[in-house]
Design a binder for this molecule. Sequence first.
Ligand code: C5P
Length: 317
Amino acid sequence: GIDDFVRLARAARPGRVARASAGGKINLLLDVARPDERGYHPLRSLFCGLDLIETVTVTPRLGERVDVTTRCASKQIGDLAGLSTNDHLAVRAVRAALARCGRQAGFHLDVDKHVPVAGGMAGGSADAAAALRAAREAFDLDLSDDDLHEIARDLGADVAFGLVGGLALGLGYGDVVTPLGPAPTRTFVLAINERGLSTPEVFAAFDASGAGRAACEDALSPRWMQALADPDPSALGELVSNDLTDAALSLRPDLREIMRAGDDAGAVCTFVSGSGPTIVALARDDEHAAALARALAAAPGVAATVIATGPVVPGED
Ligand code: C5P
């Protein structure tokens, strides 16, 4: 009868088109301990999700074919032309979600990028996080949020944050993420570099310098919590820090000049994003951000500047 027909039609259908978003991030705090046996570093990271949002659309298809189209919102974001389908973190994320449910399927991915590539802002991790959410819906996968979180951690240390966004504390290897709730929105100017910087190389330079902490604290101090809640960014500017700064600057002494340009233009603070090479300047307000952007754009080695706000949770206004 008709019920059998509907059941059969549903079973034959590979799934439905689904879309999800996740944002890039900067780290307002990055404490790094000495590496474990695997070479991974225990961290204390304060993630701030930005309004630079990646959107991933999963289209299930009959058969096993997998492909991906990546569209970059502007030239200054960079390009992923050299990346193979199998290495694309969004593709790996969808495959991991399917595999977790004992399934294999063909699909097309459409990735709409707004996070600059290879700048230490976790754009690839955001693609993976959005892909996990979209794949769950597209293939109607029986996965809880905790399941997604576990799959995320295997894909990369920053993917778990991509699932949450906003302002969040990252412990463990940065993959044990606790959301910190709403906070005043800040405006940041990102100085995108002409050249990339390899994250493993920055961590190796950090290890060679012997700068690793014995252990990381597992919470934020009351002073930090107050600074985060204060609409005036001055107190926050005094606390922002990144243990990887010296390692990044040892590999790329030229970045110092960009940081100086931010400081000279009156940034509340100027810092390295994650493992770099992106330099971030915290602005007092939108007008100040425009002035900072002009100053940073004139610094040597800066390919482009991007004004971004955060903390932002994708899908919330
Ligand atoms: O996890 P993800 O693939 O994003 O990390 C990239 C690189 O950063 C790793 O290969 C490792 O060298 C380094 N890393 C680390 N400790 C962490 C996170 C990343 O050493 N907690």
